[in-house]
Ligand binder design. Structure first.
Ligand code: GLA
Length: 731
């Protein structure tokens, strides 16, 4: 069998996209495209799951010879309004006469041996060693001459379909796109449940699992960022699906701006899932000969539960999304100045920090906010990216020299998309920020947002940062975005293009990031938006790691990292050990637990290392040297969730090597329960043919026992303890 294949059966008019993990099947009927199957690989498809057409009163039909065929009933792959399908459409284009385009008819298809790369947008990358194929299916509305192309890409050895759509104006008049979703799928409802995330600042990635009722349920963002409120992800699973078993159909958008996921169960119990740019605040004017390309949607299938889904996301993103040079690169252990100094940074303090950090064993010191303009609080200087010479009389030169002498790297914080009203930049460019004629723009965290739709503004950011990097050869940049968008308007967008603003902002941002990350491939960029406010696959294309929450409390972090791990591998999720009582929650979580939570992600520190007792220093030094020995294993191992802090009370996860010879299990106990004797933890991811010894207790287990009987975890007194089990294969 071929590693990947896309076949078209001319007689049956069936497209069959498949690899060793999945099949995705569609049928052409009445010149429309119907969804037939998505799931485990099928060698052959006979149409067994197609229901007989039934007469539905009121159903409108394209073809009077075939009146039972109606788009109201058929399972589709895209849908336009006003064609008898009253569910939510995925594509809606208005003509100059005010009518929406009405009849998208199949024209032809093309198959290529490459991935479809959407221009100007982050995307899944080609890999030289591994095969990929794309099916492009073309449709045309003959009246308006508007063309629609649906792209379906498949890659080797991954349970993924990558979908996107393109709308091309082949007519001679402008049209307006009111809606351009990246994907839509119709299937029968079979009691599936829906999983999405909700959250907020300091409380990201809460998992929401619910029954799917009749009607439309949707999540999305109109904030100008993918948002911690509702990141662009949804999964459909069966009621019996767990972390470890059962079917999951997952959707994620490679996009960082306004998005929408809509899930609809209609009167016939059909289920529609659609995802794309949020149609709210979106309207794109398409001139003749122009085309509009949607972001890519990732569709993952797993029949091994939610952990199976995550394995697919982790592998796909590591191999084909993150910047190639960083994906598998060891990340430096960093010490960040934020919770240590907040805005109170200075040359002398940072010199002391660098020297001490190097002695303790850190590899990178990051100077966070407060180093530029005259910034002593959040009220000033965004946009004025020159070093504050009162705090740093020698610019950053002395610090960089000191870092070099101490054998440690140096990085810095920027918030390039923002501008403070009292900045010098504002005085010289009062037309560079978002503003709506006649209205005073709203401040949030005392700042305004630059209008990235303007080429000049994009160039300003690119030049400012590249000149800075050329002057100061730093190794790391934390790219922050600390507010959401209000007053979404550019003074330079014409009246009938105002609805393009939000998407043009994203295209501007992606252009800036593309330029900077290409110019400086050796700089490690860390994504941040008040923590995980824009933690999405779009940003992941440029930046391999994300500060996933401003909440560093190790108890809260368990839930946040648990949720984030649905989509992102540990290398992408940064986690810092911070001081106790914790600055966000006042909680005192023991060091061992803080270390375990951070070490099972991309680990760093964020506390005052200049005021450590000798015991604390010793503790951190020991932790760093142990972590250095383990980090390859922790980074490249497979990560599995075992107990959910959302539904099981306690939280547990594990990291295991691919050969299943070694595993580290972290079991976090939330609170001591006087009546609980012990907890039983089943470990389905060890090898049932192998035997294991637990390192600390020397206890011996068979793999089979660990999988089916589970291991007893004895309770421990005290708050928030962690139990760490290390299993090594016994030959
Ligand atoms: C955001 C980030 C923090 C820190 C501050 C600085 O809140 O998430 O880590 O960088 O900005 O202002």
């Amino acid at each position: 069998m071929q590693k990947i294949s896309i076949l078209y059966d001319d007689e049956k008019q069936i497209f069959h996209i498949s690899n060793n993990k999945i099949s995705y099947i569609m049928e052409l009927k009445e010149n429309t495209l119907l969804h037939r199957y998505w799931g485990h690989t099928l060698q052959y498809y006979t149409g067994c799951n197609c229901t007989e057409p039934v007469k539905r009163t009121f159903a409108a039909s394209y073809n009077q010879q075939n009146p039972l065929f109606s788009l109201e009933i058929e399972p589709q792959e895209f849908s336009c309004p006003h064609q008898g399908d009253y569910r939510e459409p995925s594509i809606s284009v208005r003509q100059q006469n005010g009518c929406t385009i009405g009849r998208m008819k199949y024209q032809y298809y093309e198959i290529t041996d490459t991935l479809h790369i959407p221009e100007g947008l982050p995307h899944i990358r080609e890999m030289k060693q591994k095969a990929a194929k794309t099916l492009a299916i073309h449709f045309l509305d003959m009246v308006s001459n508007i063309k629609l192309i649906l792209y379906y890409s498949i890659v080797e050895d991954s349970a993924v379909i990558i979908r996107s759509a393109q709308i091309i104006n082949q007519g001679n008049q402008s049209v307006w796109i009111d809606r351009a979703f990246s994907t839509l799928i119709d299937t029968n409802y079979q009691k599936q449940q829906l999983i999405t995330f909700y959250g907020t600042h300091q409380k990201e990635f809460r998992i929401n699992r619910q029954e799917i009722q009749h009607g439309i349920f949707s999540i999305g963002s109109t904030r100008g960022a993918s948002s911690p409120q509702y990141p662009p992800f949804a999964a459909i699973c069966m009621p019996e699906t767990t972390e470890h078993s059962g079917e999951v159909y997952a959707f994620q958008l490679i996009y960082s701006g306004n998005h929408c996921v809509s899930v609809e169960r209609n009167q016939y119990n059909h289920l529609r899932v659609a995802m794309g740019i949020n149609p709210e605040d979106f309207c794109w004017k398409l001139l003749p000969n122009e085309s509009f390309q949607t972001p890519q949607a990732i569709l993952i299938y797993s029949n091994m539960g939610l952990n199976g889904m995550s394995q697919e996301f982790h592998k796909l993103y590591t191999e084909r999304l993150f910047p190639t040079q960083w994906a598998k690169q060891k990340r430096p252990i960093l010490l960040n100045s934020w919770e240590m100094c907040y805005f109170d940074v200075s040359e002398q303090k940072m010199i002391d920090v660098i020297k001490q950090a190097a002695k303790i064993g850190f590899e990178l010191v990051v100077l966070d906010d407060g180093w530029f303009g005259h910034r002593n609080n959040s009220k000033s200087s965004l946009g004025d990216w020159t070093v504050n010479t009162e705090k740093f009389p020698n610019g950053l030169t002395t610090l960089l020299k000191c870092a070099e002498e101490n054998g440690i790297q140096f990085g810095i914080w920027f918030e390039p998309e923002m501008i403070s009203p009292n900045s010098i930049l504002m005085k010289s460019h009062s037309d560079w920020y978002m503003q709506m004629d006649g209205y005073t723009p709203l401040l949030s965290r005392n700042q305004l947002v630059l209008d990235l739709t303007q080429k000049e503004v994009q160039n300003y950011i690119i030049e400012t940062l590249s000149n800075f990097i050329k002057q100061y050869p730093i190794s790391y940049i934390k790219w922050d975005m600390n507010r959401h968008i209000t007053d979404p308007n550019s003074l330079y967008l014409s009246q009938d293009s105002k609805g393009e603003f939000f998407h043009r902002y994203m295209l501007g941002l992606y252009h800036i990031l593309q330029e900077l990350t290409t110019q400086f491939p050796n700089i490690l960029f860390e994504n941040c938006s008040s923590g995980g406010g824009r933690f999405d696959a779009g940003m992941g294309f440029f930046m391999p790691q994300t500060w996933c929450s401003d909440n560093t409390d190790a108890l809260d972090r368990q839930a946040i990292q648990y949720g984030a791990s649905y989509l992102f591998p540990l290398s992408a999720i940064t986690a810092h050990i911070s001081a106790v009582p914790n600055h966000q929650t006042g909680r005192n979580v023991p060091f061992a637990t803080r270390a375990a939570v951070a070490s099972s992600a991309n680990m760093g520190y964020e506390l005052n290392i200049l005021e450590l007792s000798s015991e604390e220093k010793e503790l951190i030094m020991t932790h760093l040297s142990e972590y250095k020995k383990e980090r390859e294993f922790l980074f490249y191992g497979e990560f599995y969730r075992l107990c959910s802090p959302f539904t099981d009370g306690n939280c547990a996860w594990m990291i295991i090597d691919q050969e299943k010879t070694r595993a580290i299990i972290y079991y976090f106990i939330r609170e001591y329960d006087v009546s609980a004797l012990s907890y039983i933890l089943k470990i389905p991811y060890v090898d049932c043919q192998k035997n294991y010894v637990e390192k600390n207790t020397n206890r011996y287990f068979t793999g089979e026992e660990l999988i089916y009987a589970g291991i007893a975890i004895n309770t421990i007194k005290g708050d928030f303890p962690v139990i760490i089990l290390e299993l090594n294969e016994k030959k």
